[in-house]
Write a protein that binds this ligand. Structure first.
Ligand code: ASP
Length: 428
């Protein structure tokens, strides 16, 4: 046991990731998928439940504590503006990258989407119909919770963010009278961060189990069916992570970028194994504040927003899938088509929920911006669906790394970055 704790947590998590993947593949080859599903996957589910358990109380308390720590609603405005500009800027770059990679690597050439399973098509059609009945106005209105308790119960992150910011501003405006609530929220946010650290101790096992499950049930079949799409996505995501985020850290902020990637490693491993930026959020917050030295007030406000609206990996993916579809269906895209895809993909990535497969369902509507029929869109989505998990894992890593880079940049500009912590080896 002592030996286990001597190995740093990040190394145990990465070890779990690799060993889990290998273990899953070995059991798949031995025809033991069912064993993994019955006996191994529950450990992964338990881990996901543990971190999801933290989301609502963690976001609420750290965000309120964050607003209080800013001390002045005006600072909140400048923080919000900088955050939004950076989120938009990185996403615009990401979608362009997806389109460029799709044009160069041509992942859809020679693909015949009509081989997609009919049962998958039917299953997807009903899911898509259920989700497309919500209008944009309804989505925007839903940000204002008519009942905050219900928003908590449903873990509706945007609604919780809205309420938490107002609640924090209310505390600030109450002055002396608001002090007890303010102290309570600050203390509660500290407690929630400790709780996250406890839960993170289970990450190596959870990550092992999830990877074993993905590999045992999906294998590396993607390599035959969607090789070029997977390659284009992985390469584009790596470019986005290394050059765009690395560039922000190294060139714009003048900080050592190795420390940034090292500090984000745990969150990346959890994102890769869970395919959900929302579920990873508590770990992202812990990494960014404990390892990168971003003040809790900034981490607690920038990251929850990022986990819901900033999805660069998803934006890359949507651009790529659009080109994949156009190539597979033999549609020539005009410049204005490219433009429309870019706009729609950006908007869709903002609206995407940080849950597994969210991006795939959005692809369905993005495809229709350049004349792909509903039936064809369904076919494309159904064709990718069985292998989407491996793609989803990579876009989720990109999504949360982007959130971390933006949080670090905003913290540095607001004077809320402890560079001493950033430069010392990571704790979590
Ligand atoms: N799974 C991704 C995330 O949670 C969203 C997507 O499907 O692209 O960040």
């Amino acid at each position: 046991m002592g030996l286990w704790f001597k190995i740093p947590l990040w190394a145990r998590v990465i070890g779990g990731l690799i060993l889990g993947g290998v273990f899953g593949l070995v059991l798949r080859n031995a025809g033991q998928e069912a064993f993994v599903v019955t006996w191994i996957k529950p450990f992964g589910d338990a881990f996901v439940n543990l971190i999801r358990m933290l989301i609502v109380p963690l976001i609420f308390t750290t965000l309120v504590a964050g607003v209080i720590a800013m001390g002045d609603p005006k600072r909140l405005g400048s923080l919000g503006l900088r955050t939004m500009l950076l989120y938009m800027g990185t996403t615009a770059f990401a979608v362009t990258l997806g389109l460029v990679m799709g044009t160069i690597l041509r992942p859809g050439d020679g693909v015949d989407p009509s081989t997609a399973g009919i049962d998958i098509q039917q299953q997807l059609a009903s899911q898509i119909e259920a989700s497309s009945n919500v209008t944009l106005t309804q989505q925007l209105l839903a940000i204002i919770p008519s009942n905050p308790i219900a928003a908590f119960a449903e873990a509706d992150v945007l609604a919780i963010i809205f309420f938490a910011i107002l609640f924090g501003v209310g505390i600030l405006m109450s002055g002396e009278k608001g002090k007890p609530v303010s102290n309570f929220m600050e203390s509660a946010s500290d407690v929630m961060i400790r709780l996250t650290e406890i839960v993170m101790q289970t990450a190596p096992i959870g990550v092992f189990a999830l990877m074993a499950w993905v590999m045992a049930t999906q294998g590396l079949g993607i390599l035959q069916n969607l090789l070029m799409l997977a390659l284009a996505l992985y390469v584009a995501c790596i470019i986005q992570i290394v050059f765009v985020y690395g560039g922000i850290i190294r060139i714009v902020l003048g900080l050592p970028w190795i420390r940034f990637f090292r500090g984000m490693l745990d969150a990346q491993a959890v994102a890769y194994s869970t395919s959900s930026s929302a579920a990873t959020l508590p770990v992202t917050i812990a990494c960014v504040s404990d390892n990168l030295g971003v003040k809790k007030s900034v981490a607690g406000s920038v990251l929850p927003l990022g986990a819901t609206i900033n999805m660069d990996g998803t934006a890359i993916y949507l651009g790529l899938v659009a080109l994949f579809a156009a190539q597979a269906l033999g549609i020539e895209l005009t410049l204005s088509d490219y433009f429309m895809v870019a706009i729609f993909a950006t908007m869709a990535s903002i609206g995407a929920a940080g849950i597994p497969s969210a991006g795939l369902f959005l692809a369905y509507s993005v495809l229709q911006t350049f004349g792909v029929t509903q039936e064809q869109s369904l076919l494309i989505v159904a064709f990718i669906f069985p292998f989407d998990r491996l793609l989803d894992m990579m876009r989720t890593v990109t999504n949360i790394t982007g959130d971390g880079a933006v949080a670090t940049a905003v913290a540095k500009w607001q004077g809320d970055l402890d560079e001493e912590v950033f430069r010392t080896p990571a704790k979590v």
